[in-house]
Each structure stands twice: as structure tokens, then as C-alpha cells.
Design a protein around this ligand. Structure first.
Ligand SMILES: Cc1cc2nc3c(=O)[nH]c(=O)nc-3n(C[C@H](O)[C@H](O)[C@H](O)COP(=O)(O)OP(=O)(O)OC[C@H]3O[C@@H](n4cnc5c(N)ncnc54)[C@H](O)[C@@H]3O)c2cc1C
Ligand SMILES: *[C@@H]1O[C@H](CO)[C@@H](O)[C@H](O)[C@H]1NC(C)=O
Ligand SMILES: *[C@@H]1O[C@H](CO)[C@@H](O)[C@H](O)[C@H]1NC(C)=O
Ligand SMILES: *[C@@H]1O[C@H](CO)[C@@H](O)[C@H](O)[C@H]1NC(C)=O
Ligand SMILES: *[C@@H]1O[C@H](CO)[C@@H](O)[C@H](O)[C@H]1NC(C)=O
Ligand SMILES: *[C@@H]1O[C@H](CO)[C@@H](O)[C@H](O)[C@H]1NC(C)=O
Length: 528
């Protein structure tokens, strides 16, 4: 018995050593391969960072946008490649394929679950895109080529530099990367007028699993379709998108007004909002954020609703629109601020200087996000229960983003993003904190899940849908093994509904060995 046990241990530790040795060789071979294939005109050595390099930690941390993953126990990559040229991306793929090393692709690093730079499966490396961030605007054709390492703030800044009458319907946080935000179907406050980022795509450049650089014509309409909202990271490395700019008026109007449960008829106001926000003029987008704040009496909590609006027009027109359709809000002239489109971008992100759009290092927090879609009106009684629950849980906030308008006109299979007609609004569950440590994180993540669970009767079901860019690993993960198709269906149907199968078909064709994989990548069809 004793000998059996010790020989088992011996065999186990021997195979552990073997795995360890082969992992070590694989990573060493990878570095050798990169250096060997490095083109003389674009040397790759300055783009390689391993834990031995002095600046490895700072390169790693620069684009960790969720501090929940900035801990000493978070698994670290054995290497970061900060590609300086498209050719570096190409050889990274070819060298990594030799031992099927896991590659994580990072553009802005805003993934809510850190999928672009964390992995429980080691060894893995990060392909960091931040050096590839050229933006070329062509106002004559009202188009732009944007490389994926650029931030949305940089894209907005460049557009405004060239024209006061153009904009782009992308999201609200300036430090988001083009790579993740656009490939995942990003939305912003012009969504009701112009749809999503992906509704303005003209062309793209991707490097595929064979290291080939392909434009739309070369990749074909299937693969192009997949990277307009299916997330890039299952299919290849997106290097650039060609986007159509949209026209914006010289003057837009914004407002931010706050109402509380204690002082206002909040349920009445929100009830009116839910009836009008998705059918009102397409030029108007009114987001509501709910959070819990101190009441006027010491020790008492109340619910606060912040109505944040973007109107593509002047304040007089806005006031009469609100007066006609949403009078319960009680909007007053002084609430309405007229400004240029680029100033409205700053207003929405609480910044004051246009140069802030170029700042890649803004304040960071620990966070958890979840999402839901609402397809039927919520009864007032339901709202009252929701307010009570929010006050009880206190920390998790909710953001309601109205749909309708252009979103309802685009077919749900035009892009992989399926949440079009029939959706009244999207909910984001938002929990932020500053304290370090897993106890605090576990507690606040648990509260966020509780609120999400409480909302079950009020949101979409069969499937209970979710938004890919609001990455949430709670809704399922794949282990990229034999069961990956069935695991992938779990979250895949929630993110993509009827478009999931087409994504699987494309994935099976363009990446048959599943090189481009992560915790929530598109799986291949099971082998028959
Ligand atoms: C503060 C904040 C505000 C936000 N506001 C909005 C909003 O208004 N609207 C909205 O739609 N979303 C919003 N988001 C979500 C955001 O769109 C996603 O997190 C998005 O994925 C971020 O892109 P990234 O390049 O910064 O992320 P990354 O973490 O770099 O990447 C995200 C995913 O895309 C993949 N990927 C990145 N680059 C490439 C590439 N070049 N090729 C292939 N795959 C790639 C990654 O591997 C990963 O799977 C917000 C996020 C934050 C943190
Ligand atoms: C990091 O170290 C490796 C090996 O020591 C070297 O090849 C590479 O050039 C270094 N990277 C940088 C950016 O100096
Ligand atoms: C991330 O962690 C490192 C190491 O603990 C720390 O020095 C750094 O300040 C952290 N980053 C942020 C933005 O807090
Ligand atoms: C809310 O009230 C508590 C005491 O009840 C106090 O500690 C806290 O600072 C208050 N918060 C704000 C934002 O005023
Ligand atoms: C505290 O808030 C609750 C719920 O909003 C309310 O019913 C109660 O009257 C408030 N108490 C005081 C002292 O204002
Ligand atoms: C608001 O609408 C009412 C009628 O619905 C009208 O009497 C009033 O003058 C309007 N006010 C403004 C400021 O437009």
C-alpha cells in the first residue's frame, strides 16, 4: 500500500515536473520565436515585457481599469507584447500557435471582468494594442479609419478638431478602447438617433489565425458581420475599423436634474419616463441613474434619480418637447445647457477641459456590473418594491438607458447585437467601491447579484438577455473543452439570442482549432 502511494506521488510529481518543464519550454520557445521572426525594420525586442523587465508591472497595471484585478494574487501573464507594428501582431499569433499558448487581447482594458488581461489558465500572455492608435479622419467622405488601440476620447477629440458638425455615436467613458468597445457593439447617448457604433461600420482590418491581414473584402461578409458586435476576441485581432461619422448640430442641449423619493413624486415621474423615453423624438436620449443617498433626517436613506439628457437641438425645442411629453419631470429653462457636441461629451463624463479626452490615466475604482433588458412596462407597485429593495441593499445602483428610435428600426440579425425592436430600456447594475480586499469585493458583488435576482419579474425572460460589453461572468463561462458548445450556449444566447448559431458557424470556419479563446468566447460546433 505504502509503495503504491509513494509511486503514485512519484508519478504525479514527475508529470507535474513534465508539465512545468514543457510550460517553461513553451514560453521560452515563444520568446525565441518572436525574436527570431522579428523583422529588421521593426525590431520586436522593445515590445517584449517579461517579469524580469523593470517596467513589466507598470505596463501590466497601466490598462487594468478594474482595480478588483490589481491584486498580488491576480494571475499574471508570463509576457506582455506591446505591438509596435501590425507585423508584431502577426508573429505573436504564429509563434503562439506552435504550442497553442493562450493569448489575451487588450485594447483599452475596460473589460468589466478583466477578460482582456486576466486568466486562471496559465501560462498566458497579453497582446497589448495601445501603441497601434492611429486615427485618420476624412471629413470630405465623412469617414475615419481608427486603429483599435485608440481610445474613444481620442476619436472624439480628433473628430472635433476637424469639424464642429460631426460626431460619432460611441459610449460615454473617454478611456474605453476602440478594440473592445466597437467590436462588442458599443452604444452611447446618440443611440436613439444613430444606433450603435457597429451601425456605422464601413470596413475593418483583422489579423486572422494564419497571421493574414484581411480587409472586409478579403475576410468576407460573414467574418465582417461577426466582428460588428460579436466581440473581436473569438475571431482574430482587429487592427482597425473604418467608421462613418454622423452629423451633429452646432448646438446641442444637455441637462442633469435630480429628484428624490423623499421630496418628489418619484414613482410618478419614473412611470412617465418609462412610457415616453423610448418613443419620444429620436434626437432626445434621457438616461436615469438611481442611487441611495442620505435623507433630510439624520440616519435616514432615500432613493435619488438623476435624469441625464442629450438633445440634438436647442433648449427651446427641448423644453417644449419635455413640456408636451414628460411634464412630470418639471424641467426648467435654467436646467438646460446649450453647448457644442464635444462639450456635451465632457458634460456627460463630468470633465471640463477638452484635453481631458486625451488623458488615458483617469481615476480608477473596484467595480462589478450586470445587465438586463426591460420589454414590458413595470407597474407602479413594482417600482415601489424596487425602491424599497434598493434602499435596503444601499450600494448597488441602477442605470436605465432608453431604446427605441433608430434601435427599433434595425433588424435584430443585421449585426450580432440582437437587442433591437421590442426593448424599452436596458438596465445596468452598477456597484463601485474603493476599499481593497476580497471580503469587501465578495460582499458588494453579492449585493449586486441580489438586486439582479430581485429584478427577475420585471425583465426579459427565456432568455434573460444581457449586453456583451457589460461583461458578466455570472451568466456562464466556457472551459474551452469538450463541452464548450453547450457551455457557450448558456451565455451566448443571452448575449446574442438568435445570432448565436451564426457566430458559432463562423467561428468553426475561421478558427477551427480555437486559438482565439477566452472565458466567454464563441465556441465551435461540437465534433460529430
Ligand atoms: C467606465 C466605463 C464606462 C463604459 N461605458 C460604456 C458605454 O457608454 N457604452 C458601452 O457600450 N459600453 C460601455 N462600457 C463597456 C465597454 O464598452 C467595454 O468594457 C469594452 O469592451 C471596452 O473596450 P476596451 O478595448 O477598453 O476593453 P478591453 O478590456 O481591452 O477588451 C474587451 C474585450 O474585447 C477584446 N478585444 C480588445 N481589443 C481587441 C482587438 N483589437 N481585437 C480583438 N479583440 C479585442 C478583449 O480581448 C476583451 O475580450 C464602459 C466601461 C467602463 C469601464
Ligand atoms: C525585456 O527583457 C528581454 C530579455 O531579457 C529583452 O529581450 C527585452 O528587450 C526587454 N524588453 C525591454 C522593453 O527592454
Ligand atoms: C495597482 O497595484 C499596485 C501594486 O500594489 C499599486 O502600486 C498601484 O498603485 C495600483 N494601481 C492603482 C491605479 O491603484
Ligand atoms: C450620510 O450620513 C452618515 C451618517 O448617518 C454620514 O456618516 C455620511 O457622511 C453621510 N453621507 C453624506 C454623503 O453626506
Ligand atoms: C425615513 O424614510 C422612510 C422611507 O423613505 C420614511 O417612511 C420615514 O418617514 C423617514 N423618516 C423620517 C424621520 O423622515
Ligand atoms: C406647457 O404646455 C402647456 C399645455 O400642455 C402650456 O399651457 C404651457 O404654456 C406650456 N409651457 C411651456 C413653457 O411651453
Amino acid at each position: 500500500m505504502k509503495t503504491l502511494k509513494s509511486s503514485v506521488i512519484l508519478v504525479l510529481s514527475f508529470s507535474f515536473l513534465l508539465v512545468f518543464a514543457s510550460a517553461k519550454t513553451a514560453t521560452e520557445n515563444f520568446v525565441q520565436c518572436l525574436l527570431r521572426r522579428s523583422p529588421p525594420s521593426y525590431p520586436i525586442a522593445p515590445a517584449i515585457f517579461t517579469p524580469n523587465n523593470h517596467s513589466y508591472s507598470s505596463v501590466l497595471q497601466t490598462y487594468i481599469q478594474n482595480l478588483r484585478f490589481n491584486t498580488s494574487t491576480t494571475p499574471k501573464p508570463f509576457l506582455i507584447l506591446t505591438a509596435l507594428h501590425e507585423y508584431h501582431v502577426r508573429i505573436a499569433i504564429l509563434c503562439a500557435r506552435i504550442d497553442n499558448l493562450l493569448m489575451k487581447i487588450r485594447s483599452g482594458g475596460h473589460d468589466y471582468e478583466g477578460v482582456s488581461y486576466v486568466s486562471d489558465i496559465v501560462p498566458f500572455f497579453i497582446l497589448d494594442m495601445f501603441n497601434l492608435r492611429r486615427i485618420s479622419i476624412d471629413i470630405k467622405t465623412e469617414t475615419a479609419w481608427v486603429q483599435t488601440g485608440a481610445t474613444i476620447g481620442e476619436v472624439f477629440y480628433k473628430i472635433a478638431e476637424e469639424s464642429k458638425l460631426h460626431g460619432f455615436p460611441a459610449g460615454v467613458c473617454p478611456t474605453m478602447g476602440v478594440g473592445g468597445h466597437l467590436s462588442g457593439g458599443g452604444y452611447g447617448n446618440m443611440m436613439r438617433k444613430h444606433g450603435l457604433t457597429v451601425d456605422q461600420f464601413i470596413d475593418a482590418k483583422i489579423i486572422d489565425v494564419n497571421g493574414k491581414l484581411l480587409d472586409r473584402k478579403a475576410m468576407g461578409e460573414d467574418l465582417f458581420w461577426a466582428i460588428t458586435g460579436g466581440g473581436g476576441s473569438s475571431f482574430g485581432v482587429v487592427v482597425a475599423y473604418k467608421i462613418r461619422l454622423v452629423r451633429v448640430p452646432e448646438t446641442v442641449t444637455v441637462f442633469r436634474v435630480r429628484r428624490t423619493l423623499e421630496e418628489n413624486e418619484l414613482t410618478e415621474i419614473v412611470d412617465e419616463w418609462q412610457r415616453v423615453a423610448h418613443v419620444i423624438d429620436n434626437d432626445l436620449f434621457i438616461r436615469v441613474t438611481f442611487d441611495v443617498v442620505n435623507g433630510t433626517h439624520k440616519g435616514n436613506k432615500t432613493l435619488r434619480a438623476t435624469f441625464l439628457a442629450m438633445f440634438l437641438g436647442d433648449s427651446q425645442t427641448l423644453l417644449s418637447l419635455i413640456n408636451n411629453s414628460f411634464p412630470k419631470l418639471g424641467l426648467k429653462k435654467p436646467d438646460c445647457l446649450e453647448m457644442s457636441w464635444i462639450e456635451s461629451v465632457l458634460f456627460w463624463t463630468d470633465e471640463t477641459s477638452v484635453n481631458a479626452l486625451l488623458n488615458r490615466m483617469t481615476g480608477r475604482i473596484h467595480l462589478k456590473r450586470k445587465s438586463d433588458y426591460v420589454k414590458t412596462l413595470i407597474p407602479k407597485k413594482g417600482f415601489n418594491k424596487i425602491w424599497k429593495k434598493m434602499i435596503e441593499l444601499e450600494k448597488p445602483m441602477m442605470k436605465f438607458n432608453p431604446y427605441g428610435g433608430r434601435m427599433g428600426e434595425i433588424a435584430s440579425n443585421a449585426t450580432p447585437f440582437p437587442h433591437r425592436a421590442g426593448n424599452l430600456w436596458k438596465i445596468q447594475y452598477t456597484t463601485n467601491w474603493n476599499e481593497e480586499g476580497s471580503r469587501q469585493a465578495d460582499h458588494l458583488i453579492d449585493l449586486t447579484r441580489k438586486l439582479h435576482k430581485f429584478m427577475t419579474p420585471f425583465v426579459s425572460k427565456n432568455p434573460r438577455t444581457a449586453f456583451l460589453n457589460y461583461r458578466d461572468l455570472d451568466i456562464g463561462v466556457t472551459h474551452n473543452g469538450k463541452k464548450s458548445y453547450y457551455e457557450g450556449r448558456g451565455y451566448g444566447i443571452k448575449y446574442f439570442e438568435g445570432n448565436f448559431e451564426r457566430l458559432v458557424k463562423i467561428k468553426t470556419k475561421v478558427d477551427p482549432d480555437n486559438f482565439f479563446r477566452n472565458e466567454q468566447s464563441i465556441p465551435r460546433f461540437p465534433h460529430v
